[in-house]
Design a protein around this ligand. Structure first.
Ligand SMILES: [Fe+2]
Ligand SMILES: [Fe+2]
Length: 277
């Protein structure tokens, strides 16, 4: 018998929060300054912090749609929102401890820099997705799975490249929670896609035509491009994308070909621009 949606939620909720008070209290903040943090990683951590915090915006969009009204998905979303907010706070605190001051109002300031087109889409997207009703849920779930998978790989690259032990400790903790998000999105996507051939077609169409790396629409393009170039430049890094992101997505029903994800990441990662020169 295949797994049901309520069982997926039960399974997800079986994991206590990895970033418990005990974990957070165990972070050796006093050690942060003892290890170098090359400047090139600062914009990457800022980007990740903002994307984590912008979950709030995405959450508010999603609850207006049939996906967000699904009681099982909504229960997941409520916990997910809290977890992503902790990720943002930890990254912000890390920057402060490393000597990079951030404003008290950093979230508001980051919000003000959201490109105008996004603010427009923010209003239109729920309307569009509502037109498809519940048929759009596999799109949301697959999209979410891809974004969580890429976030996890991004963190992994960051801790490997930065070689900062406290950053690594924090990111590995965050990664544990990202893995549970992947589990939820991915498993629900699979169930929803299995249920509907139309859902498969719609999801394939939307991902092929509209998918962009995480943050691409809510952050200025040069910021997203910088992060991807720094983290995924080079053949080995693209193998990581291929094996860990595409590989998983291609196992979803109706998703035998997800080359578009790799292609879009690769085309940015291998660009040579003024910033990377
Ligand atoms: Fe996160
Ligand atoms: Fe996540």
């Amino acid at each position: 018998m295949s797994i049901r949606e309520d069982q997926v939620l039960t399974q997800y909720n079986k994991n206590p929060r990895y970033l418990s008070k005990q974990f957070i209290d165990s972070i050796p903040w006093g050690e942060v300054k003892k290890h170098p943090l090359p400047d090139k990683f600062i914009p990457i951590i800022l980007y990740m912090r903002d994307i984590e915090a912008f979950t709030d915006i995405y959450y508010k969009q999603l609850i207006k749609t049939p996906t967000g009204k699904d009681p099982i998905i909504r229960k997941f979303m409520d916990r997910w929102l809290v977890e992503e907010a902790t990720h943002a706070e930890l990254l912000n605190r890390f920057l402060n401890e490393a000597g990079y001051e951030t404003s008290q109002r950093w979230f508001e300031e980051a919000r003000q820099k959201i490109p105008k087109e996004y603010t427009f889409k923010d209003k239109v997207t729920p309307m569009l997705t509502n037109m498809f009703g519940k048929q759009f849920t596999p799109v949301h779930m697959t999209w979410g799975a891809i974004q969580e998978l890429s976030t996890l790989q991004g963190y992994k690259r960051l801790w490997e490249m930065a070689e900062h032990p406290v950053l690594e400790y924090i990111l590995k903790g965050i990664a544990k929670e990202e893995s549970t998000h992947i589990f939820f999105y991915y498993t629900i996507a699979k169930i929803k896609l299995e249920e509907s051939k139309f859902g498969q077609k719609l999801t394939n169409f939307i991902i092929k035509n509209f998918w962009k790396p995480i943050g691409s629409d809510i952050k200025p393009a040069e910021d997203t491009n910088y992060v991807i170039r720094e983290l995924f430049n080079g053949v080995n890094a693209l193998d990581i994308v291929k094996n860990n992101i595409n590989g998983s997505i291609e196992r979803l029903p109706g998703f035998e070909d997800s080359a578009v994800i790799l292609e879009r990441i690769a085309s940015i990662a291998n660009q040579k621009t003024a910033i990377s020169a």
